[in-house]
Design a protein around this ligand. Sequence first.
Ligand SMILES: Nc1nc2c(ncn2[C@@H]2O[C@H](COP(=O)(O)OP(=O)(O)OP(=O)(O)O)[C@@H](O)[C@H]2O)c(=O)[nH]1
Ligand SMILES: [Mg+2]
Length: 329
Amino acid sequence: MSKCVGCGATLQIESPDMIGYTKSLEHLLCERCFRIKHYSDYKIVIKTNNDFIPILNKIAVTSSLVVLVVDLFHIPRTLEALKQYLPNDVILVLTKRDLLPKSVYDVKLEEYFKRYSLNIVDTIIISSMKNYHFDLLIDKIRQYQKDKNVYVVGFTNAGKSTMINRLLYNYGSTNPVITTSFLPTTTIDTIEIALDDDLTLIDTPGLLEEGNIINYINPDFIKEIMPQKEIRPITYQIKEPQTILSQDLFRIDCYDENSLTFYMSNQLSLTRTFKKIDSPSKLSPHHLKVGDNMDIVISGLGFIKVVKKGVFDIYTLKDVDVYVRDALI
Ligand SMILES: Nc1nc2c(ncn2[C@@H]2O[C@H](COP(=O)(O)OP(=O)(O)OP(=O)(O)O)[C@@H](O)[C@H]2O)c(=O)[nH]1
Ligand SMILES: [Mg+2]
């Protein structure tokens, strides 16, 4: 059985609606990958973590090095849960550095991740978009690899496949082949990429997060809320009760003096109003007590840095995870 070189799905010619469909088994790409690559025509594949956890279990019985890729803009709330599946040594790769303001120090970001109890042997900050720190990354992979195979794992959309394509482009002898997209579950099954005789990178499908907003909005809109370039944070000094809102996506009601900085896609427009407005009927409420220097995270949409402790009422789409964490920046 041959596999699609773009997403790892087993190629099949029987069912056009199922993954791995191709018109001819001679093709290298399945129809879905072909359409993503050539027409930017995206199709969401519905999977659950039950499809992906067996892959982690297979990695766990090896002693191979794992490269855990984390999107700096969207740090999964359940990141630490990965530890229960993976006893392997881990290089923590913090990617999409280009999305966070340049003024933030890398060391501060690295320091933040010391709180996670994973088997981290080293941490590195990269940007696949800007080719940032790739020489360092390949050196570290070669330094810590236990055998030929190095598994690349993480949550969906973290940027695993984009990173492997960049490594292949920089240090391999063939062109990037793996399909990447802004939609969840782009990679369907493991894909082995031999960089040279000593190193094979194995791409894996990302774990899904139930509370991520990308599960609840339509694909065209996902593009709009996912930042494409460096975020320009917007700060509001709060002196009197007010509401800040963005389209039909979220709203935050503030009551006391504070300073709030929004880290979200530059394409989202924020509006502030001092009028008392009714609770939105289509959005779900969250009443949050926030301490000094914390972030309010709206999963997948971004985060709001709060300087002083206070209470807030936040409304966003149903089933989207809203929570508080120590401030990242
Ligand atoms: N700004 C920026 N975007 C990135 C970077 N790396 C990846 N992306 C974008 O992030 C999105 C997801 O990238 P993928 O490489 O498909 O993510 P993945 O982790 O392989 O996702 P799955 O296959 O679904 O598990 C795409 O829109 C990429 O263009 C980066 O360094 N900077
Ligand atoms: Mg992928």
